[in-house]
Design a binder for this molecule. Structure first.
Ligand SMILES: C[S@@+](CC[C@H](N)C(=O)[O-])C[C@H]1O[C@@H](n2cnc3c(N)ncnc32)[C@H](O)[C@@H]1O
Length: 180
């Protein structure tokens, strides 16, 4: 019996490791209180394509997908555990406007995107910006939670802070990538 319990614990710890630590940007979801602040920065139109790169448990895409049924949402996630959680949420909520991909977003074709949202980290967000600048041939909006894209100062249009928040921690940075 004790061996059985230890095995279960080991499996749970391994899943936790996969969930949190394994990838470049570990899984930490956006604060629920910040979802509305993100929404305020968007001007989503029917038919737009919104990508959450590293969608985690789907907190952002499912929140927005419910509000904007005419907009197409794509969640890309590299962790199998989190991807399966998103699949369950999609199934349970019968979201017709959500697509999920178990994929490395650095290898994804982003040409169809009108909006890209990412909560990555200091280095990964720069890699992502380089990829977008090289590959995306239409103007698009990029939103980064917590981490500014220092090489994209020319594209910055909003740096939204939580009202009354002194720390920079939970800013949402909005960029409009356009030909300059
Ligand atoms: C900080 S979490 C953000 C979760 C979600 N976007 C949110 O804001 O609530 C980053 C997520 O990106 C995923 N991730 C990291 N590198 C990735 C990659 N190269 N391709 C796809 N997903 C990745 C991680 O597994 C993690 O779930």
């Amino acid at each position: 019996m004790i061996y059985f319990k230890i095995s279960i614990l080991a499996v749970l710890l391994f899943l936790l490791y996969l969930l949190i630590f394994r990838y470049k940007a570990p899984w930490v979801p956006m604060y629920k209180r910040d979802l509305a602040r993100l929404d305020q920065l968007l001007e989503l139109k029917p038919g737009n394509n919104f990508y959450d790169l590293g969608c985690g448990n789907g907190r952002v895409i499912f929140y927005l997908a419910k509000k904007y049924p005419q907009v197409n949402f794509t969640g890309v996630e590299i962790s199998l555990t989190l991807f399966l959680i998103c699949c369950l949420r999609k199934f349970a909520g019968n979201y017709k406007n959500v697509k999920l991909k178990l994929f490395d977003y650095m290898l994804l074709d982003l040409n169809q995107a009108d909006y890209i949202y990412a909560f990555a980290n200091k280095l990964t967000i720069e890699d992502l910006a380089r990829k977008i600048e090289k590959e995306a041939d239409k103007n698009l909006v990029v939103l980064s939670y917590c981490f500014p894209i220092n090489s994209w100062k020319k594209f910055l249009v909003a740096e939204e802070n939580k009202p009354g928040e002194k720390k920079d921690l939970f800013r949402i940075y909005q960029y409009k990538k356009r030909d300059v």
